[in-house]
Design a protein around this ligand. Structure first.
Ligand code: CO
Length: 134
């Protein structure tokens, strides 16, 4: 069902400091910070030859990552995103197998303008999983 690793997301409390670590210390290509108010996050992407790292900082009052950042003030891996070809089929298959799709169970438009869902970490080795239809 899953294909390529699309990105690994790291939630941080200071996205500019985190971007500087990737740009200056690790010598990576770093995009400009972008506010996504509808998702409650600010994002920066680190472009790697084989995948991306998504840096996330909480934006606004009810950011979905605020609790995570409070628990992990130094930052931490928040989720892993895998690509799928057919989101509808993936949801049917996963639901049949007892996995929990977060929210209302329907795909939302993700940070890259493509349909995404999130899967509960309890079903996937303690890791929050994002699926993105590519
Ligand atoms: Co993501």
């Amino acid at each position: 069902m899953i294909g390529k690793l699309n990105h690994v997301a790291i939630a941080v409390s200071d996205i500019n400091a985190a971007a500087a670590v990737y740009r200056d210390t690790l010598g990576a290509t770093v995009t400009r910070a972008e506010d996504l108010p509808e998702h409650g996050v600010t994002t920066v992407f680190i472009e790697l030859p084989n995948t991306k790292i998504e840096l996330l900082q909480a934006l606004g009052e009810n950011s979905p990552i605020q609790r995570f950042v409070d628990k992990n003030p130094a930052g931490g891996i928040h989720h892993i995103c895998y690509e799928v070809d057919d989101m509808k089929q993936a949801i049917v298959q996963l639901t049949e197998q007892g996995a929990t799709v977060l929210g209302d169970g329907k795909p939302k438009t993700g940070a890259h303008g493509k349909p995404v869902i999130f899967l509960h970490p309890k079903d996937f080795c303690g890791t929050l999983i994002e699926l993105e239809q590519v």
